[in-house]
Design a protein around this ligand. Structure first.
Ligand SMILES: [Zn+2]
Ligand SMILES: [Zn+2]
Length: 389
């Protein structure tokens, strides 16, 4: 009987989010006490069945989310409203290579009494030295507390947007060669004014009846080794970190679990990486604990979020399930404030009031574009289809 109750309770908790989960925790405490009064062994069994996130407590902050400014399904206001409904108290919007959604999200969060952090998720590249040749690997660097009006950051966003549009046009040209015609307008109808990504082209292919699902669009045409693949423009991770610092923010490596090795992580740290995303849907409990330990011992920031894009059941269930509990967020926030102030000070003293924002960018963009375009053996992982665009 107690065993059945445990299993039922666990299943119930797994299916719940936000405020409902808070209620589950209260019920759980009462059930816990009941088992303890019956027998210590039963109590231990009960604890064993408690899911990982329940042991961590209620999620307070989601520091990884996307809006229609990039490839998210919801406007910044809608996203904040959803997070609010899931009882989140703090949120960061981290769109791919743009800060266009930040102002609206900040307004919406402040109106709801939530703590807000500006953010961006920069698609960067790292050169991996293999035994015979070097390859490029894409890594995502999250920037928190960046000044969304910073000239260099905005310059990067504009350049990135242009390169994405160019890439979309080249993908459409390849599709046309394969006899699958789509216009840029059809893709724009899906992406709106946001950044164009492969995800939007995949939806357009599905809407045009060329494929049945978005996944099939990637498998048949858009994945890195598929016939219509076109390499993406990115720039070096070291420069992404530098840019984030220059804009007064801290740099955190997104979903490292399946992207970088221990040596590559060390390389990023030597470039000034401030933190690692510990909690993410792609990290299981063990991996999250490993990165938590790693960040604790290295005095780095530990962040977490759902990588919410919206529009799928899985995403909806992740919102409010992945992120930081209150004590972890408070720690994160205090360090972030300290470092941000430091970086702002450094940027001022380094460049004076008349900082030439564009020089730093012009010097590397073109060389990287070619090295990335030439690399044919780019990694194909779960992330390529699910999280990058
Ligand atoms: Zn993301
Ligand atoms: Zn990402």
């Amino acid at each position: 009987m107690p065993v059945i109750a445990c299993v039922q309770w666990r299943a119930f908790v797994f299916g719940c989010n936000g405020r409902k989960r808070e209620k589950c925790r209260q019920i759980g405490t009462i059930v816990c006490e009941y088992f303890r009064s019956l027998h210590p062994r039963l109590y231990r069994f009960f604890l064993f069945t408690v899911p990982f996130f329940m042991q961590r407590g209620t999620i307070f902050a989601d520091l990884h989310s996307h809006t229609t400014a990039s490839d998210g399904a919801h406007t910044p206001t809608m996203l904040v409203q959803r997070a609010f409904e899931r009882a989140l108290k703090a949120i960061a919007v981290s769109d791919h290579d743009t800060v266009a959604g930040v102002a609206e999200a900040r307004k919406a969060a402040e109106a709801r009494g939530m703590v807000f952090l500006s953010g961006i998720e920069i698609s960067a590249s790292m050169t991996i030295q293999g035994s015979t040749q070097a390859t490029e690997r894409e890594v995502h660097i999250l920037g928190y507390n960046v000044d969304e009006k910073n000239a260099a950051l905005l310059h990067y966003c504009v350049r990135s947007e242009k390169e994405r549009q160019r890439r979309a046009e080249r993908i459409l040209a390849r599709l046309a060669e394969l006899g699958k015609k789509l216009t840029l307008e059809e893709v724009r109808a899906i992406s709106g004014n946001g950044v164009i990504g492969r995800h939007h082209i995949a939806i357009a292919l599905r809407n045009a009846g060329i494929v049945r699902t978005v996944r099939q669009a990637f498998d048949k045409y858009l994945a890195d080794d598929a016939p219509a693949a076109v390499a993406k423009w990115t720039f070096p991770a070291a420069k992404a970190i530098e840019l984030i610092h220059h804009a007064g923010g801290v740099a955190v490596l997104a979903h490292p679990g399946q992207v970088v090795s221990a040596e590559q992580l060390e390389e990023l740290i030597s470039c000034g990486l401030d933190g690692v995303e510990v909690h993410h849907p792609a990290h299981d409990g063990m991996l999250a604990q490993y990165y938590q330990y790693f960040t604790d011992t290295r005095q780095m920031l530990a962040s977490g979020g759902s990588d919410y894009h919206g529009g799928s059941k899985r995403d909806d269930s992740n919102l409010g399930r992945f992120g930081l509990v209150q004590s972890d967020f408070e720690r994160f926030y205090a360090t972030l404030q300290e470092r941000s102030a430091e970086y702002k000070e450094q940027a001022k003293s380094k460049h004076g009031s008349g900082f030439q924002a564009f020089d730093a960018l012009h010097s590397f963009t073109d060389s990287v574009q070619h090295s990335v375009a030439d690399s044919l053996t780019r990694f194909k992982t779960f992330f390529a289809q699910q999280f990058s665009s």
